[in-house]
Design a protein around this ligand. Structure first.
Ligand code: PXP
Length: 243
């Protein structure tokens, strides 16, 4: 079984560019759930570029699946997350200093700090994930923080073409295998779309894919429910038929 978390940040992006009251991501969430997605993902950024604190609180009160909150290592956002209590959180980099060269969270250089944050979430019964590159060193460091899950960054794979994409794909396959062997739940996301998700879905160790931009963009043409159903179809075929 492969689960889909739909990232609805860009519904809020559309609202924020006009500082309007619509479209409301909280009103989109039930359509996403009705279409069969397994969770709703939002990123509360320090700069509040799209999702606002009030959105997260309203989502917590209304969604019937799982709420996954992405956040940076910011004390302000960590406190909000501890209070709102999403089902799970995913720690992501927002500042250059938190990034590895490829774009995931640099767990190696921040292991102690991340371990403390993971512990604070666990005390409140919130599961944790770390958004990392499929790099063995980052995977081992993640395990040492006590996190429940990692989310492998698929951005490089998504951007690459030809042989480079194949190489990035192999790195993701190996990373997923390694993390799963260590006992971590392995998710993946970033840059996944209707064209490149099929091979990713065939990686057997993956538990959840978090996909946002492509689904929100497709929804402009076919509506949110249909856009989610189409992605679930790609994922289902990828998992069943493989590459
Ligand atoms: N996973 C994580 C950790 C993210 O931060 C994001 C959004 O940037 C996504 C998945 C979804 O990426 P996309 O919008 O490209 O599908």
């Amino acid at each position: 079984m492969l689960f889909l978390g739909v990232n609805i940040d860009h519904v809020a992006t559309l609202r924020q560019v006009r500082l309007a009251s619509y479209p409301d991501p909280v009103e989109i969430a039930p359509l996403v759930e009705k279409a069969g997605a397994h969770g709703i993902t939002v990123h509360l950024r320090e700069d509040r570029r799209h999702i606002q604190e009030d959105d997260v609180r309203r989502l917590r009160d209304t969604i019937t699946t799982r709420l996954n909150l992405e956040l940076a290592l910011s004390e302000e956002i960590i406190r909000i997350a501890l209070e709102v209590r999403p089902d799970e959180v995913c720690l992501v980099p927002e500042r250059r200093a938190e990034l590895t060269t490829e774009g995931g969270l640099d767990v190696v250089s921040q292991k102690e700090k991340i371990r403390e944050v993971v512990e604070r979430f666990h005390e409140k019964g919130i599961k944790t994930s770390l958004f990392i590159d499929p790099d063995p060193i980052q995977i081992e460091a993640s395990l040492a923080t006590g996190t429940d899950m990692v989310e492998l960054h698929t951005g490089r794979y998504a951007e690459a073409r030809g042989e480079t994409r194949e190489k990035e794909y192999q790195r993701l396959c190996e990373g997923a295998k390694r993390a799963a062997l260590l006992g971590l739940q392995v998710n993946a996301g970033h840059g996944l779309n209707y064209e490149n998700t099929f091979p990713i879905a065939s990686i057997p160790e993956l538990h959840t894919l978090n996909i946002g931009h492509a689904i929100v963009a497709r929804a402009l043409f076919v509506g949110m429910e249909q856009a989610v159903r189409e992605m679930l179809g790609v994922m289902h075929r990828g998992r069943k038929e493989g590459v």
